[in-house]
Design a protein around this ligand. Sequence first.
Ligand SMILES: NC(=O)c1ccc[n+]([C@@H]2O[C@H](COP(=O)([O-])OP(=O)(O)OC[C@H]3O[C@@H](n4cnc5c(N)ncnc54)[C@H](OP(=O)(O)O)[C@@H]3O)[C@@H](O)[C@H]2O)c1
Length: 264
Amino acid sequence: MNTFKNKWIWITGASSGLGKAMAIALAEEGAHLILSARSEEKLHQVAESCQGSGKKHILPLDLTQSDSFQEKVNKALSYGGYVDIIINNGGISQRALAVETQPSVSRELFEVNFFGTIELTRLLLPSMLERKSGHIVTISSIVGKFGSPKRSSYSASKHALHGYFDSLRFEVEPDGIDVTLLCPGFIQTDISKNALTADGQPQNTMDEKTAQGLTTDQFASRVLKAIRNKKKEANIGKYEIMGVYMKRFLPGLFRKILAKSEVT
Ligand SMILES: NC(=O)c1ccc[n+]([C@@H]2O[C@H](COP(=O)([O-])OP(=O)(O)OC[C@H]3O[C@@H](n4cnc5c(N)ncnc54)[C@H](OP(=O)(O)O)[C@@H]3O)[C@@H](O)[C@H]2O)c1
């Protein structure tokens, strides 16, 4: 059985990287797609790359502009009458020491990664509750499970997602709504180029570990499997996902290893 055929799937952060790869993979499965991010031009390019029998709609959206969300949700619901799956993927990272990171930068990271994500979900929820069906998928990070140098506010914003969506799951699961948190390790995208430095400027360089990570295609195929299996949580990456287990079972050793490793 094809889980995704004719399903209405809304992806944020669909203009590049993981969002683009998930859109292409889901289109191949016959899903109808609603693609959101700020860059309308890039969203059109992604829609053109999506091969499949499903419909494709572009819905530009800025996760820092929560005033626009009700209108965006109404529009998303107008395409097919409902949204089966929302993939909360839009996000930005950080490359700066905590002491140097300006408060405005920490707030921007939380606005995009946390507040924008939870408010968009909250406004979509009534339609899922009414149908007693839906799946909320949120892209966190392995640093949503442990802290890392130069990622203080980013890591905090991803940790916050776990507190929120783990709580939400208890409230909506009895109504037939699934909640999945996915924690990527290093995946080959522009995440490190777009990451904010201390004053909010993008880093503009590719991190070596990101360049050596999983490809976006490998990531997307694992995401589809996790959604299909209605996983509550999954870590997706190479060796680095061991950190999640080490933090839990060998926290002292893990701290020593991370303290010695070179983090860019
Ligand atoms: N790649 C990795 O190694 C990795 C690891 C762990 C977690 N992640 C997570 O994966 C998600 C996707 O990142 P990526 O790796 O694909 O990086 P990316 O290529 O930089 O993509 C980020 C996406 O988020 C969108 N976005 C950024 N700010 C936004 C805003 N204010 N409003 C709406 N959309 C916004 C961007 O689109 P526009 O600029 O067009 O708005 C883009 O589509 C993020 O949540 C990231 O934290 C990635």
